[in-house]
Design a protein around this ligand. Sequence first.
Ligand SMILES: Cc1cc2nc3c(=O)[nH]c(=O)nc-3n(C[C@H](O)[C@H](O)[C@H](O)COP(=O)(O)OP(=O)(O)OC[C@H]3O[C@@H](n4cnc5c(N)ncnc54)[C@H](O)[C@@H]3O)c2cc1C
Length: 585
Amino acid sequence: MGPGVTASAGRFFRTVETDVLVVGGGLAALRAAISARQAGARVLVAVKRLFGRSGSSALTTGGYAAALPALNAHDDRHLHYVDTVVGGGYINERALVHALVDDAPARLAELWEFGAPFRKRDGRYHLSSSGDHSQARVLVPENMRGGDMTLPMRDIASALGIEVLENCVITDLLQNEDRVVGAVGIARNRVEGIVIAAGAIVLAAGGAGRMFNITSNPADVCGGGFALALRAGARLRDMEYSQFYPWRLIHPFKSTRVPIQPSTFSIGGRLYNSKGERFMEVYDPVRKDATTRDLSARGIFEQIRAGHSVEGGVVLDVSGIPDDEFRYENSKVVQLLDPKKIDYRAIKLIVAPEAHFFMGGVLIDDSGHCDLHGLYAAGENAGGTHGGNRLNSNAVPETQVFGHRAGVAAARQAPAARAGKPDPGPIAKAAARLQALRSDATSPAPEFAALHEQLKQAMTLGIGIVRTAKGLERAIADAAAIADRLAGLPVQTLGDLTAAIEIEDLCAIGTACALSALARNESRAAHYRDDFPKTDPAWVRTITYDRNGVGARPLVVDPNEQGLIARHEAARKAPAKPAEPEHVK
Ligand SMILES: Cc1cc2nc3c(=O)[nH]c(=O)nc-3n(C[C@H](O)[C@H](O)[C@H](O)COP(=O)(O)OP(=O)(O)OC[C@H]3O[C@@H](n4cnc5c(N)ncnc54)[C@H](O)[C@@H]3O)c2cc1C
């Protein structure tokens, strides 16, 4: 027990106390913890797996989008703003977009100070292009790995004296009337509970990619942060919006996940279906293959559905890309093929979509504050910044911008906030679950894995890339049936318990997604309804979801925005081909 935490023992529970509790161990949690500590608060991090080595942040390529006029004189934050709003289908929360584009450069500079290395080419920082950004503005970490950022940040956190509880699953928030005053959790590796009293809490527990059967997300990304907020009474938003990354290489790689980088399509990559058609011309006549992810994922999905696929996906033609460019942008691909003496130009490259990212999440203001006093959210756990579709490399800056804002705001309010005894319900629930355990074995019984598989199947069918009312209703019914079956399973080991919590959370969040998607009777950005294929201007608003069900919320739009967007769109449509990658100091 270190300086930030005081303890007392109980039968199943340890009780600890801190100013700011950060839930999660990825990029958003790291940033929130560091910023809260630097603002003077005692900080405790509780993370389901390992701090700085878990969540999507451990697997991310780490591309960081920021308008940096000093590096690219053609770029500025207004262009980044417009790209983000247009790409997001005009339903982004504008205050959050402003925060993202305004703060991304400063937070990047801090990552440099923390010691995170980013790629240089010929001794100069390299900015990658992709079709969804009108300018080259993506910096990529040296090794194209999240660890380039998370590991130096973890060292900083440790040097600052931030307390960390690893292998700790937060299961419920503790409340006193409308104020969040702490959290309850259980250990993953021993029969032990923990009650944490906190002045403020930052949720940074990531998205819910494990709801789908094919995903880029690791096993710990199961909607836990969304479910914690929902159970406590906070609103979620935009839950009908999740992103499918269009270009996972499914041939020559089957089990190893290898993505084709978005920049590939700005330097000449083309997609073809089995009929040899360059089908993306239909979906985006201007940008074609170099379009936004929502359109590309749907384009590929519809080829597969229409029977025009090749080995389960579509063909990626890279013959127009100079070898050194392909190798630079897709170094992961060539690093895997070169040792086997396989020339990527001599084989068929097949890509298909995979579940990747949640645009939806906890409703926050631009300081990261949620509906409930004392509760903040950041990173993929929060919603609204990306609207209906996230642009390439806008998620990593989101973790830094909102992790920082939430950490600072939580630190400021924490000392004044601690008040009253929490509602004992969640602690009693966790105690009963721990009491029922017969063993501390950490692998779950096969029935849990089977239920999780059924849920993934149901959600992929119902709330995948293309939806219908019938499919959504089916997904809701399936999630309810799976939750019922789960409630009937005996939970006897620690492994059973953690699996049960994850499936329970995913059922609740899957239902939130399906009900929100059912409410949006139109198609916009990544939400495509076969039964409502048109975009309806009346739907420029936010769908919210809380424990009472679906709600709606108007969007506040800056009156000057339309002029800015119109000028920018005209300029974007003018060039015959997308921008070439740019090399800048
Ligand atoms: C393969 C891949 C490549 C990507 N590439 C890019 C890219 O190049 N650029 C870009 O901008 N974005 C990219 N993304 C998206 C981006 O990396 C993620 O959105 C971002 O890392 C999310 O960070 P986070 O801290 O919000 O959540 P995560 O990194 O997912 O962390 C969530 C944390 O919460 C913990 N947790 C979960 N539930 C609980 C609980 N109940 N109690 C305690 N802890 C809990 C988890 O263990 C984990 O530590 C990529 C994502 C993936 C998967």
